[in-house]
Design a protein around this ligand. Sequence first.
Ligand SMILES: Nc1ncnc2c1ncn2[C@@H]1O[C@H](COP(=O)(O)OP(=O)(O)OP(=O)(O)O)[C@@H](O)[C@H]1O
Ligand SMILES: [Mg+2]
Length: 336
Amino acid sequence: MEKKIEVKNLVLIYGKDIPAARKMLDDGCTQEEILRETKAVAAVRNISFDVREHELMVIMGLSGSGKSSLLKCLNCLNTPTSGEIFVNKENILTYHKKQLRAYRQRITSMVFQEFGLLPRRTVLENIEFGLEICKAARNDRLQKALEMVKLVGLEGWENRKPRELSGGMQQRVGLARALANDPEILLMDEPFSALDPLTRKQMQRELLRLQEVLKKTIIFITHDIEEAFMLGDRIAFMKEGEFQQTGTPREIIENPATQYIADFTRDINRGRIYKAGDIAKPAADRRDFASAVTFETTVEDVMSVLSEYPCAGVTGQNGELVGYIDRESAMKVFSR
Ligand SMILES: Nc1ncnc2c1ncn2[C@@H]1O[C@H](COP(=O)(O)OP(=O)(O)OP(=O)(O)O)[C@@H](O)[C@H]1O
Ligand SMILES: [Mg+2]
């Protein structure tokens, strides 16, 4: 898949004495040393990464690790101290005012932790907001907003005010508003962190469902490891302004780059990360299966099938038999 976003050697330092902080950073000083010496915060320390088209990339890190600072560079709310950001092969840091406006209105959309809805406006009017800024015609705006209401499952709530909605529903409005402009890139800064655990799970599933249909390029920030592994095609682990590791959930589980990441990922439910296709045994020696699962079924879900049947066939993209899975092979996943 084509590279949608390319970030190269990005540095962002907050503070006055940037040259001194920069020198210390280049000398390998820690954030704490730089702060003590220069009062500047090296929030993003030489980060490089790509995001491919249609990819959902999670940036995972604890509070203060620099996630929001990095994300704000991507929609030009922060001006990096140095480095390059290419989106669709264009360096957005060289954009003039007009190009920048077009980039913010048409290419990217942001979803925030605190929803950021306008309290006096109705659900529908909130969703229309971005389209108004783009100066879309009134009728088109309405049509699009109604379409979005349907997409995020808020029919019947169009004329309510945000305060009448639960947190989960408010964030559906936030998501609908972000999607209304049909952006290529969705930037989501801890969008579900203010929700209760159940609603949060529901919204995670909802996002995956939407992504299946919409196929956006998404950067999703979280400090929740379960959420990161549930959503990310790839996950970047950020610590003290640096990416310690970037990889697929499986790559990270199987080869954590640091002790920090190993500690973090120890309790992750591997049954949700491995799929039947990952662990299927060749089917040649066993032909008849009373039950079957697709190669994309999570091992966790396979387990419930295996509680009734000793083994299950695994089918491929076109329903053909590609292998089989039994209790022994499924259990191995959990003991890795
Ligand atoms: N505008 C600013 N001016 C100065 N320092 C800032 C500014 N914004 C953030 N910082 C500092 O930069 C560092 C990274 O902050 P940032 O908000 O990017 O972290 P985060 O990973 O998003 O944290 P959280 O999970 O709490 O949102 C912190 O030390 C923070 O205090
Ligand atoms: Mg933040």
